[in-house]
Ligand binder design. Structure first.
Ligand code: FAD
Length: 385
């Protein structure tokens, strides 16, 4: 199968899909998006953008807008549940010496920036639409949309998230794997002293506080869960308040402000562990569709953005489609696997239930990070993509 990629369909208008559309457009490749949601909405809270995510966005001219709308962070601080300090890590500046190490940004704001960039680049986003069938016909991917219309493309990108329909069409049913953890989040006022990311290492629980903007922050809590289920919507605030009684300091202060269950978002944490190929014929998966990770090192969206940049670079270079997509997977799989495995390990260590093991873990954090230094994985992820 040959040659030039000029016309691409992207299924899914989330972080990966929108970034891919912009990255392709920057290289002169036309991309259209279909998004199953009927309108441009994303659900709340924030995204942590570590240095490697900022670098990838900078390559598309989108970093400055994110920095202007977000909150810069230079430190990651560990505390025990009562806010006794265990260690302070100095986050790594990846882009250059003058660019913040990490940026915190509200999710809807990031979505607005990406939607704006896609519109400016001439990308069309059609809402309330998905792909029902996908076949390879000669040198094209032939698609039947859910509204009965058809299309033909040089390449189809499945950027449709952890429950990807495109993954199912290519490889059959692959059920996301439950990790045994759930994450609770709610947006609150930013305590004036919170200009860093704070992690509170409790027993069987890990809480965090993350600034989002000058005025807002979000609280997160990771719990051990025996079942992969959603929590009753009307009890979310009460349940989160119960869990948070274990914590002091700024977490306890935030707990006092928590009243309305509608302010709380709970998600069970799942992963997609899929070794390449991530493609078949003229269709390829990116982002969570290919490699959804647990969020403990805040790299899922970063990996989706990097996927988009690398795929656009390789697609623009052209050549045999099979070779392009194999090269994409060869560049991305080891890095995404590294993120998944490390995040899983950090998730496990963060939620140990045995008090003795927790005490030993907290001592280890104190000892290993006695001097300010980057988080260990940052060095690996600062390497060129
Ligand atoms: C609790 C939590 C916290 C996180 N925090 C961070 C963080 O701080 N930093 C970070 O880097 N990552 C974080 N992540 C990970 C991050 O959210 C994901 O990795 C990222 O959103 C993946 O982007 P994506 O575009 O692949 O998928 P998504 O963002 O899920 O987008 C998929 C899009 O496809 C659409 N879609 C779905 N099905 C179809 C279909 N059949 N047809 C058409 N469209 C479809 C969806 O509506 C959606 O718009 C977190 C994840 C969780 C669960």
């Amino acid at each position: 199968m040959s040659a030039v990629i000029k016309n691409v369909l992207i299924v899914g208008g989330g972080i990966g899909g929108l970034t891919a559309a912009v990255a392709l457009a920057r290289r002169g490749i036309r991309a259209d998006i279909v998004e199953i949601k009927t309108e441009t909405s994303v659900y709340g809270v924030g995204i942590i953008q570590p240095g490697n995510a900022l670098r990838a966005l900078d390559s598309l001219g989108l970093m400055q807008q994110c920095l202007a709308a977000g909150f810069p962070i230079e430190q990651y601080r560990y505390f025990d549940a009562q806010e006794r300090e265990l260690a302070t890590l100095q986050l790594m500046r990846v882009v250059d010496a003058d660019t913040p190490a990490t940026n915190m940004i509200p999710r809807p704001t990031l979505h607005r920036i990406l939607m704006g960039a896609a519109a400016e680049a001439g990308v069309t986003v059609r809402f309330g639409l998905t792909v029902d069938t996908l076949t390879t016909e000669g040198d094209e991917a032939a698609v039947l949309f859910s509204d009965g219309t058809r299309g033909r493309y040089d390449l189809v990108i499945g950027a449709d998230g952890i429950r990807s329909q495109i993954r199912k069409l290519l490889f059959g049913e692959i059920t996301p794997k439950f990790t045994g953890h759930g994450v609770w989040r709610f947006t609150t006022a930013r305590p004036a002293r919170l200009d860093f990311q704070a992690m509170y290492m409790g027993v069987g629980l890990k809480a965090g506080l993350v600034p989002l903007t000058r005025d807002t922050a979000y609280l997160l809590l990771v719990t051990n869960e025996s079942e992969n289920r959603w929590m009753p919507a009307d009890r979310l605030a009460e349940m989160l308040r119960d869990h948070l009684t274990a914590f002091g300091g700024m977490v306890a202060e935030a707990r006092e402000k928590l009243r309305d269950p509608k302010d709380v978002i709970y998600v069970p944490i799942e992963e997609i562990e899929l070794a390449p190929p991530w493609h078949k014929g003229r269709a390829v998966l990116i982002g969570d569709a290919a490699h959804a990770s647990s969020p403990h090192i805040a790299q899922g969206a970063a990996m989706a953005v990097e996927d988009a940049v690398v795929l656009a670079e390789l697609a623009a270079a052209g050549g045999d489609i099979e070779a392009v997509l194999n090269a994409f997977e060869a560049r991305r799989y080891p890095r995404c696997k590294f993120v998944q495995e490390l995040s899983r390990k950090i998730g496990h260590d963060g939620n140990l239930s045995d008090p003795e093991l927790c005490r030993a873990r907290n001592e280890r954090i104190r000892r290993d990070f006695a001097t300010p230094q980057p988080r260990p994985h940052e060095l690996t992820l600062s390497e060129p993509i």
